[in-house]
Design a protein around this ligand. Sequence first.
Ligand code: MG
Ligand code: MG
Length: 264
Amino acid sequence: MRAAGLLVGQTLEVVAAAVADGVTTLELDRLAEAHIRDHGGRPSFPEVPGYRHTLCTSVNEQIVHGIPGERALRAGDLVSIDCGAIVAGWHGDAAVTVIVGGVEAARPEDLALSRATEDSLYAGIAALRVGERLYAVGEAVEACIEAAAAANGQTYGIVEDYVGHTIGTEMHQDPQIFNYAVRTRGPMVRSGYTGAIEPMITLGSAESDVLADGWTVVTSDGSRAAHWEHTVAVRDEGLWVLTAIDGGAARLAALGAAFAPLSD
Ligand code: MG
Ligand code: MG
């Protein structure tokens, strides 16, 4: 799973570097597919019935499942890029949010939203522990987002209609991983567990709608959204963020969470 995860992480790095004013989301998709196939993997999203692309590209008020196409990105756009790949039968799944044109082109509230969403992803990851209940992840994500909203003077919406999931020989396996606190605390995490954590956070309402294309999920109030995701392995010794280039070493250290790669 590290091979698949690393390929996804590297593909997202290549794609994020290509994001620029005037680039179409379909061009990003082709770049991702070529990178995955050139490095011994195959895109996993085409295995979802009815979907044909390597990426999901969700721009501005689009939350997730945006379909790559002829839309040209513009400076200041907030684009979430979701990517999945299979290597030797094992899956990796990750997403990043990028602002077209970088910090200089960004609306400050978009920059803060994306940072808060990535922070909440790592807060959720750091809550994964052998012997802990799986839904502790959602409690950590929600607490992080509430703190960020207060610090940033914003109202953030935590999307509830789409959630994270267990992953392995299939991309989407049970149990799901909520991005918010729920009444029950969920199944016990055991050593060897692998999950994909993926908070989707908006600058407004958490309500969403699906466009007529049958895929693209947008915020009901038109507010912008960010989406960050990683595939993570949990062992007795600690965590390994399989889709992070450094395995999560830096972010986990900052959170005081144990980093425990097998090898690279
Ligand atoms: Mg994904
Ligand atoms: Mg996922």
